[in-house]
Design a binder for this molecule. Structure first.
Ligand code: PLP
Length: 251
């Protein structure tokens, strides 16, 4: 069989030289589902596990051209978006997505590396929200990212988390998965918030220790399940179990 007719997930993301996050983790995850990856590289980053030393942004028109070529060449069943970096990149990615609205898109808002360096320009946030949120089946912020996207402080309790998630829905998001890993307490609770449902809770015992790239793995695993035809809720549930098992083996 020609490679192009195998089911693919298009990954639109940045590379991380340490292998801890970014494209390397996306491809590993998708391969675990027997899916092929096609690529639009948005940025090349020089990173160790402790610091981001350099970021080289790819020109927005080259990113859009990579996406068009990947979609042309392959049977793309889902798209996973990670690091974008700038307003112009968010616009370029949106200009391609708008022509492929039947393909489910999972958007991981990559804003800051665990080591502390910003991976998205502050002024890109409005474009990110206006252009990309309506085009994506799911956006998956952690608590600091959710606060940044809605312009508030990090939510301290469940009520505030749900209020911020609702604000993101009102800004155009079609569904929000809030990842509770940055909260305190002995359980880590994620919420899947959708305009048509009551919020769905996913609770797991908190595992101590910090593992890099879990946001990339989770979003790729959700995209993989959507590519295979699972519902959004089932995709989130199964992807969360995969990430939990990975963290448990690592810490
Ligand atoms: N670098 C790149 C290229 C990424 O895509 C991401 C997250 O998606 C990160 C860094 C941040 O990962 P971490 O929070 O594990 O540092």
């Amino acid at each position: 069989m020609a490679i192009g007719s195998d089911p693919h997930v298009l990954v639109v993301a940045g590379s991380d030289s340490s292998g801890g996050a970014g494209i390397a983790r996306d491809i590993e995850t998708l391969a675990g589902f027997g899916l092929r990856t096609c690529l639009a590289v948005t940025a090349v980053t020089v990173q160790t596990h402790n610091s981001v030393e350099h970021i080289e942004h790819v020109a927005p028109d080259i990113i859009a051209a990579q996406m068009r070529a990947a979609l042309d060449a392959n049977e793309v069943r889902a798209i996973k978006i990670g690091m974008l970096g700038t307003t112009a990149v968010a616009e370029a990615v949106g200009s391609v997505l708008v022509k492929h609205t039947s393909i489910p898109v999972v958007l991981d808002p990559v804003l800051v590396a665990t080591s502390g360096r910003a991976l998205m320009a502050r002024d890109a946030v409005e474009t990110f929200k206006r252009v990309l949120l309506p085009l994506c089946r799911l956006v998956s912020p952690n608590l600091p990212e959710l606060a940044f996207l809605v312009g508030g402080h990090q939510a301290g309790d469940e009520q505030e988390i749900l209020r911020q998630a609702k604000t993101l829905l009102e800004a155009g998001a079609r569904a929000v998965l809030v990842k509770g890993g940055h909260a305190l307490g002995d359980h880590s609770t994620d919420f899947l918030v959708h305009p048509d449902w009551e919020p769905i809770r996913f609770e797991a015992p908190r595992l101590s220790g910090s593992v890099r790239g879990t946001g990339c793995v989770l979003a790729s695993a959700i995209a993989a399940h959507l590519a295979i035809g699972a519902s959004l809720e089932e995709s989130v549930w199964r992807a969360k179990r995969l990430v939990f098992e990975q963290i448990r083996r690592t810490v």
